[in-house]
Design a protein around this ligand. Structure first.
Ligand code: HEC
Ligand code: HEC
Ligand code: HEC
Ligand code: HEC
Ligand code: HEC
Length: 230
């Protein structure tokens, strides 16, 4: 046999021995138990700690936020979309972050874009809120204003209560409305709506009020017992 053929045969035999040795010694233990993959990997993946726990997990400890969220329109936006993956919170001792820049967070989904489906509520942020944080007017857990949410139909003033207090008696820097003259209140609301009286918050809010809304709110607050504020 010519030497160059012999060399070729030896090379092929050597390669076959190497391949068989590799198949015997380098194949992971559980390979091909179920198919062309490592059976142990199934158990390893299943044993991973979940990163996201889902909203039901939060209910036991943050009942107030969970209740607001369940009643509102934001049930499509799960807690961890805004607060990040819970992982082992609170067992790992960490608090989940509270988003501090809501303009950045909320505009991710609500900034007006031509390509965005009309079913998703959209606003032109610069006209709608300016530099104002969205949580000044919207509860992130139940953001719709105007009492169109479950449980709020009976209280048209729920949208105002965040600033003017439950009984319209004012909170912090927000003036009391309770017990003030109905005509006076209606006139102020019309002035905010037309822009004759300027206040970034009230101008935005009054823009969406109809004449009937204005008369309704004025009568509602005029009938409440007067507050201690201005
Ligand atoms: C077993 C109870 C428990 C569960 C379940 C739980 N939390 Fe918490 N959470 C806590 C505790 C305790 C704190 C710390 C409160 C503090 O120190 O004021 C906290 C703090 C937070 C904070 C920061 C609040 C603050 O005032 O700084 C956020 C946000 C939060 N949790 C969101 C969530 C979300 C979202 C979920 C569900 C994915 C969740 N938590 C599930 C107990 C829990
Ligand atoms: C759309 C985003 C968003 C979603 C969804 C959301 N949060 Fe929040 N959450 C916020 C923001 C923003 C704040 C800060 C509120 C503020 O500054 O007034 C906050 C505050 C909190 C706080 C601190 C206490 C407080 O009320 O200020 C807790 C606790 C909390 N959220 C839990 C939850 C839980 C539980 C869920 C789900 C049931 C949830 N959040 C869903 C945005 C969200
Ligand atoms: C992940 C996307 C997402 C984020 C982030 C988000 N939203 Fe929403 N939001 C939605 C969707 C979707 C709806 C419509 C829900 C529906 O109608 O079923 C909605 C509804 C609303 C509505 C109700 C509109 C109406 O009157 O019908 C308001 C107001 C609102 N969001 C404000 C906010 C604010 C404020 C924040 C930040 C704290 C925020 N959203 C963050 C997706 C998001
Ligand atoms: C000064 C108060 C104020 C601030 C700040 C504010 N909003 Fe609003 N927002 C309102 C009022 C009032 C309405 C209801 C008026 C309406 O339906 O047109 C509303 C309605 C909405 C709607 C529903 C629009 C629709 O077409 O149904 C969305 C979405 C929204 N706001 C998102 C935001 C986001 C995101 C931010 C922060 C960038 C924000 N808002 C800041 C007062 C405010
Ligand atoms: C985001 C906070 C906020 C919300 C929500 C809000 N207001 Fe106001 N409101 C203010 C502030 C701040 C002033 C004071 C503005 C000024 O100095 O002109 C004010 C002033 C008023 C005044 C004038 C009071 C006076 O004595 O002259 C009336 C009336 C009023 N608001 C009615 C309403 C009604 C009705 C709603 C609900 C539809 C509402 N407000 C919701 C913040 C708010």
């Amino acid at each position: 046999m010519p030497t160059h053929i012999l060399r070729l045969i030896l090379l092929v035999v050597g390669f076959i021995i190497l391949a068989i040795a590799a198949a015997i010694y380098l194949t992971p233990e559980s390979f091909y138990e179920f198919g062309h993959y490592r059976a142990d990997s199934v158990g390893e993946i299943a044993a991973d700690t979940p990163q996201f726990q889902g909203p039901d997990y939060c209910e036991a400890c943050h009942e107030e936020q969970h209740t607001d969220w369940t009643a509102g329109v934001h049930t499509v936006v799960k807690c961890e979309v805004c607060h990040g993956a819970a992982r082992e919170h609170p067992a790992d001792g960490g608090k989940l972050p509270i988003p501090d820049d809501t303009v950045k967070l909320c505009t991710l989904c609500h900034e007006k874009m031509p390509a965005r489906p009309a079913a998703q509520p959209q606003i032109v942020v610069s006209e709608h809120a300016g530099e104002e944080q969205c949580v000044t007017c919207h509860d992130p857990h139940s953001p719709a204003l105007g009492g169109d949410q479950a449980g709020e139909e009976s209280d048209p003033a729920a949208a105002c209560a965040g600033c003017h207090g439950d009984e319209g008696r004012g909170t912090g820097d927000f003036p009391s409305l309770a017990g003030k003259d109905a005509d006076y209140l209606a006139m102020q609301l019309r002035n905010y709506r037309s822009g004759a009286r300027e206040n970034a918050m009230m101008n935005t809010i009054a823009e969406s009020l109809s004449d009937a809304d204005i008369v309704g709110f004025a009568a509602f607050y005029a009938a409440l017992e007067g507050g201690a504020g201005q």
